[in-house]
Design a protein around this ligand. Structure first.
Ligand SMILES: [Mg+2]
Length: 406
């Protein structure tokens, strides 16, 4: 079966995928119910809390990542086969990513065998090498690759997790990311990850104030649940080592993304100076190659490729196989927030957990607060079972896609 067309467009679901409007919803609901939500009566951490980030050293951008992240919308990529069957892939950073897909990849891939996904991935990886297959081109490769997997599942009438050789488990164990820890416990999560509030830009107090945040979370969840800390590319080696030493008594399962993603020597040094602290990284690595470097140097205990960014499912499977051979776990970035991560995590034995990023306010159910891709599952009591396809089970007609695209 040949590829008839490939087209990428800017795309927004009726509300953004992750709801930042939940606090307004909550205000309305509290009024409707005529009661205070008690401890839940606050806006979501994502709207409320400062989080250390790579731009923290510049005061006018320090308070929130949304002050400096680009305003590009999501992208939807639709690959149509000769018989009219279509697959749907999604990624971030619409405008420049659409240009790579529509102006470079699409004209060269139309007419190729739509089932030959390894070949098509390799072609895209090599086609983009003159301007780097990393970064924005990797988002473009991801969107086309995910659409091809969706299409293949639909043509064969099976879920993608079956195409991969899964399922490997009955349900996926999920952890919640965000700073409303009490609410995640109420939702049934048994593991949570904090977004670290302070970094080197906050001076000496930062170490102590971060310790307070971690101590409060550990008090809340107790000794029998897992706690992790996300440092979102904000630290340097020296700060990360001092912070980790200060936090040792709180038994963090891992510290995540301590350094700027390309600082490979820094990650090696961090591993050397923190042999006892498990480290997680990789959400801003592109293509399997940085993961090969990390596996070879054993800088990570948990690798976190983002399936919609790293080069799609094909790249993620390559990473899973490398990691599994080395005895290193893969936990895809935001893997439970989209159908792609859900199917992959259900299928691959080397993916022990799923991450669910919670941006909605306490008291708002996940069904209400999270604007999901139609058809996808949500965690229940800290576990998730994906839909059973076909493909990734995305319930978007061509008419829906057209009406949500621009
Ligand atoms: Mg992360």
């Amino acid at each position: 079966m040949k590829i008839k067309s490939i087209k990428a467009s800017n795309f927004e679901l009726p509300s953004s995928t992750i709801s930042l409007l939940a606090s307004a919803d909550q205000e309305r609901r509290s009024k409707d119910q005529g009661e205070s939500a008690g401890g839940r009566d606050r806006e979501a951490w994502f709207a409320r809390d400062e989080v250390a980030n790579p731009m923290s050293r510049y005061p006018r951008f320090k308070s929130h990542r949304n002050l400096w992240l680009p305003g590009w919308s999501q992208t939807v990529c639709v690959v149509v086969a000769e018989d009219g069957t279509y697959g749907v892939g999604m990624t971030s950073y619409g405008t420049p990513v659409n240009a790579v897909i529509n102006e470079h990849f699409a004209p060269l891939l139309v007419g190729e065998d739509c089932m030959a996904i390894e070949r098509l991935w390799d072609m895209m990886f090599r086609l983009s090498s003159p301007y780097s297959a990393s970064g924005l081109a990797s988002y473009a490769i991801s969107a086309v690759d995910l659409a091809l997997w969706d299409l293949k599942g639909k043509l064969l009438g099976v879920p993608v997790y079956s195409l991969l050789g899964g399922p490997s488990r009955e349900k996926i164990y999920c952890y919640a990311t965000g700073n409303d820890t009490d609410w995640y416990l109420e939702l049934g999560f048994q593991a949570t990850k904090l977004a670290c509030p302070y970094g080197p830009a906050d001076g000496l107090d930062a170490l102590e104030k971060n310790e307070e945040a971690v101590a409060t979370a550990r008090d809340l969840i107790g000794p029998h649940r897992e706690l992790m800390l996300d440092c979102w590319m904000a630290f340097d080696v020296e700060f990360a080592v001092r912070q980790a030493e200060r936090l040792r008594e709180y038994n963090l399962k891992w510290m995540e993304d301590c350094l700027i993603p390309e600082d490979f020597q820094g990650f090696t040094e961090l591993r050397r100076r923190l042999p006892w602290q498990s480290l997680a990284m990789g959400e801003h690595w592109y293509s399997p190659l940085p993961f090969l470097s990390s596996v070879s140097n054993r800088t990570a205990d948990y690798l976190q490729p983002d399936i919609q960014w790293v080069g799609g499912l094909t790249a993620t499977v390559k990473i899973c196989h490398m990691a599994e051979a080395a005895g290193i776990s893969v936990i895809p970035h935001g893997g439970m927030n989209d159908p792609y991560g859900q199917h992959t995590s259900f299928a691959m034995p080397g993916i022990p957990w799923g991450e669910f990023f919670v941006a909605s306010a306490p008291g708002i159910s996940l069904e209400e607060g999270f604007r999901r891709v139609p058809g996808m599952s949500l965690p229940v009591d800290g576990h998730l079972t994906p839909n059973d396809g076909p493909g990734f089970g995305i319930e978007l007609s061509m008419g829906d896609i057209e009406s949500y695209s621009s």
